[in-house]
Structure formats: structure tokens, C-alpha cells
Design a protein around this ligand. Structure first.
Ligand SMILES: [Zn+2]
Length: 471
């Protein structure tokens, strides 16, 4: 008896540890049904990338062979609009399916923190995905809260930018290698991986093997621009963009194209490694940019964050997923659609309170896109995009609520309407439809409390200290 019991007890620890392992795995996999196979999800965002500088969107230079290959197997949205024309606001819209005025990252790029709203990464992680993010822009530092839901949030930024020693970044080769290293050592759960590429963001400094790949085409009426001592880019070259005193805009446009080609090369490496792994249920890929860049529109040069017109608001959006018919779509879609689209494709419920629409059923023809306006919003300036055009409202600093003592005054909004098709310059039109005006007004009168960003991370402070920028 004793022997049997002892023998039986000797087996129990094994069974107990097995049960414990099963329990832990189930706990780690949150609410997902056990055994239900799920695809991986790869989200790629590129900073400051205009849709019209990619081959798939009609650009004449060979900036994007890898992105074009992805597009050839996916759905290409010709009219995709960014949440904001600055980095942290747009990425917050992607990760929460809320417009700028509905999430807590306001008009201050990196100055406020995301709070109180469920993120895409949190849902994936709760449902049993392993989650990781690799970002290259200091505006996406974990202090703004976008790290929520990521088991790994790699915001290592080893490079000081040209002209701005205080601004750090990571370039595409290093970002890709870090992401690939993580992929190689991941566990058996499906993954949600976000990789952010910083390279097209100014200053336009492609590495030597890409610099000189394209030749500037000087335009007959091209005039050298002054180098400004501000960052606005109005009628001149912003101070942070200056390249060796060069003043011809076509040189800057060419360097910008080379930065895109450089990022594209490494995006190609990432995609080929991801696709080489055939062990799971395949990988859904979503590709977009956080915002565009003005290249001379309305006399704004090599800058963003100052307007919400198509030069800064129009972004590429490509979706590749099993069962989605390939092709180009003309519906007006938005960053806020990404979260519901990805959750729906994987088979998870979309949380209440989101502002986007799952695009899968629309692409499959199961339902039409409802009539709606979508907003590119940076606080003082917003544009509401619908089919065929947009309404821009300026001077609306109002509605940002950062506490009783710091409530911003409502100014007199300036309204203007434009006709716009991708690939064309926008043209002013005389009248604004009163229903659109009412809808837009009720949107921008919303007030979302903003939460101050946390102190910069220790790593960031160390970097600043190393260069003499911090005490
Ligand atoms: Zn950005």
C-alpha cells in the first residue's frame, strides 16, 4: 500500500506540473478557445510616407519594389486618411480605433499619454497572442503609453539625427534585425508584431548605398529656397532638414525618395522572413504610414504636423489576408478602421466605442461602406474627408480639455471645402454641405481630457545626458 501510494505520489508531481503547465498556458492565452488556430498579424507603419511616392500608387521612380510586391497580393486602398499629421496621434488612432479628439493623445506630439482606452495589442495579448513592437521614432517612446499590451516594446534609438542632436532614431536595418531576432526566438503562440520604420522622416539622409540611387530632376521654374531657422517649412527649408547648405527642392525630394527605397529594402527582408515561416496559420499583413509630408503644396516644404490637407493626410494602406480578394479600392478609409479590420479578420470581437469599420466584409462585398466622414485632426486644424473631397476647418484650438486651469479658448473656425482625387491637386469649391458642417462641428466640439506623458524613460534620459542635453 505504502509502496503503491508512494509510487502513485511519485507520478503526481509529473501530472501536477503538467496540469500546471496547461493551466499556465491557458491563463497566458486569455479568452481564446483552446486549440483554435489563429493567423499571425504583422503591422508595418512607415513614418512620413506619402502614398504617391510608392510605385503601387503611381510614382515613376523605383522606390518600392518590396511594398509593390506586397500590394500585388493584397488590397490597396487608394484613399486612406491618417488620424493626424503627427506621429503619436496617428499611431494612437491606429492602436485604439479612435480619432485624435477621442483618445487622450492630443495635439501635443509625445506630450500626452494614452490612458483608459483598450489598445489593439492589449486585445491580441489577452486573446493568447505574443506581442512585440519595434519602433524608430522618439515620439513613440514608451512614455506615451503605446507600449500597453506589448510583451516586448523595443524603443531602442541608437542614432542621433543630423541637425538635431536631441532627436534619436533607429534606422531600417537595425529595426528589421531586432524584429527578426525576436521572431526567431518567439514561442509557439501566434504573434502580433508591430514594426515602425522611421527612415523617410527628415532629415533625408539615406545610407551611402542608397544615396545617389536617383538623380534629381530640376524643374524649369525651380527656385532655390532659403534655409529657415524654424521648423515650419513655409516658403523655405526647415532648419532640421538642411543638407549641407543645399537649397534646391528637387535635391531634397530625391533624397526623400532614396530614404523610402532604403526602408523598402528592409521591409522586403522582414516580409520574406515572415513568409518563409509556413509553420502556423499564415500571416495577415497591414501596411500604412502615420502621415505624409508636404513637398511644396501651399508653399510648405519638407514638413508635416502643420496641416491636414492630402499632402500630409493621405497615406498608403495595404492589407494582405487569406481570403481577401486582391485589388485596388476607392472607398475613403482611415487609420481608425485598422483595429476593427484586424480583429474581425482574426475572429475576435471588436470592442464597443471604437470609431472605425471592419473593412473585410466591405472588401468581400458582404456589406457597403456606410456614408461617413473621416477626420485627420491635429487640434488647431482638421479636415473631414468624404467621397470626392474634404472640408478643412482651421483655427479650432478649442475642445482640448487639459484641466480647468488650462482650457483652450474656442477661436472662430475657418471653413473651406475642396474637391480631391488621389493623384490630383485639390481644388477649392464654393459651398459646404450643411449636414457635413453640422457633423464636423459636433466632432470638433468634443473634449477629451489629455493626460501628461510620463517622465521620459531612463534609457532616453541616459542618451540625452550622454550628449549633454540633460542634467
Ligand atoms: Zn511621424
Amino acid at each position: 500500500m505504502n509502496t503503491r501510494s508512494s509510487s502513485s505520489n511519485r507520478r503526481w508531481p509529473k501530472l501536477a506540473s503538467l496540469l500546471s503547465a496547461v493551466f499556465l498556458a491557458a491563463a497566458g492565452s486569455g479568452c481564446s478557445e483552446p486549440g483554435q488556430p489563429r493567423p499571425n498579424v504583422l503591422l508595418i507603419t512607415v513614418d512620413t510616407l506619402r502614398a504617391d511616392r510608392l510605385g503601387v500608387y503611381g510614382f515613376g521612380l523605383d522606390t518600392s519594389p518590396a511594398i509593390d510586391r506586397l500590394a500585388a497580393r493584397g488590397v490597396v486602398f487608394e484613399r486612406a486618411i491618417a488620424g493626424a499629421s503627427f506621429t503619436s496621434g496617428s499611431h494612437a488612432s491606429i492602436m485604439t480605433s479612435r480619432y485624435t479628439r477621442e483618445h487622450t493623445i492630443g495635439y501635443m506630439n509625445g506630450g500626452t499619454r494614452l490612458e483608459g482606452i483598450t489598445t489593439l495589442a492589449e486585445i491580441f495579448n489577452r486573446e493568447g497572442y505574443q506581442t512585440a513592437a519595434f519602433v524608430g521614432n522618439i515620439m513613440l517612446d514608451r512614455s506615451i503609453g503605446l507600449d500597453r499590451g506589448f510583451e516586448v516594446y523595443d524603443d531602442e534609438l541608437p542614432h542621433a539625427e543630423l541637425n538635431r542632436g536631441f532627436a534619436f532614431e533607429r534606422i531600417a536595418e537595425q529595426t528589421t534585425e531586432s524584429a527578426l531576432r525576436w521572431l526567431k526566438h518567439r514561442d509557439s503562440r501566434p504573434f502580433f508584431l508591430w514594426v515602425h520604420y522611421q527612415d523617410p522622416h527628415g532629415p533625408y539622409t539615406p545610407p551611402p548605398e542608397f544615396k545617389g540611387r536617383f538623380q534629381p530632376e530640376f524643374k524649369a521654374d525651380e527656385k532655390p529656397l532659403p534655409i529657415l531657422d524654424t521648423v515650419t517649412g513655409l516658403n523655405g527649408i526647415p532648419s532640421y532638414q538642411e543638407l549641407d547648405g543645399i537649397r534646391r527642392p528637387s535635391v531634397y525630394e530625391t533624397r526623400y525618395a532614396e530614404e523610402i527605397a532604403y526602408a523598402d529594402h528592409w521591409i522586403g527582408e522582414l516580409l520574406s522572413q515572415v513568409d518563409a515561416d509556413t509553420s502556423g496559420e499564415g500571416t495577415i499583413v497591414a501596411f500604412t504610414a502615420d502621415h505624409g509630408e508636404s513637398l511644396g503644396e501651399a508653399d510648405l516644404y519638407f514638413s508635416h504636423g502643420s496641416t491636414t490637407t492630402p499632402d500630409q493626410a493621405h497615406v498608403p494602406l495595404i492589407l494582405r489576408a487569406p481570403g481577401l480578394p486582391e485589388g485596388h479600392r476607392m472607398e475613403t478609409v482611415h487609420h481608425v478602421d485598422l483595429m476593427p479590420t484586424l480583429l474581425d479578420l482574426v475572429g475576435f470581437e471588436v470592442p464597443a466605442g471604437t470609431s472605425g469599420i471592419a473593412l473585410g466584409p466591405i472588401i468581400r462585398g458582404a456589406s457597403p461602406l456606410p456614408d461617413r466622414l473621416v477626420y485627420c485632426d491635429e487640434g488647431f486644424d482638421l479636415s473631414a474627408y468624404g467621397p470626392g473631397g474634404f472640408v478643412r476647418v482651421g483655427d479650432i484650438l478649442a475642445a482640448w480639455d487639459s484641466g480647468e486651469t488650462n482650457r483652450l479658448p474656442i477661436m472662430a473656425p475657418r471653413w473651406a471645402a475642396y474637391r480631391w482625387q488621389p493623384g490630383e491637386a485639390w481644388q477649392a469649391v464654393d459651398s459646404i454641405d450643411p449636414i457635413s458642417k453640422k457633423t464636423i462641428r459636433s466632432y470638433f466640439k468634443q473634449a477629451m481630457p489629455m493626460v501628461e506623458a510620463q517622465e521620459p524613460s531612463e534609457m532616453r534620459v541616459e542618451r540625452l545626458r550622454a550628449l549633454g542635453y540633460a542634467e
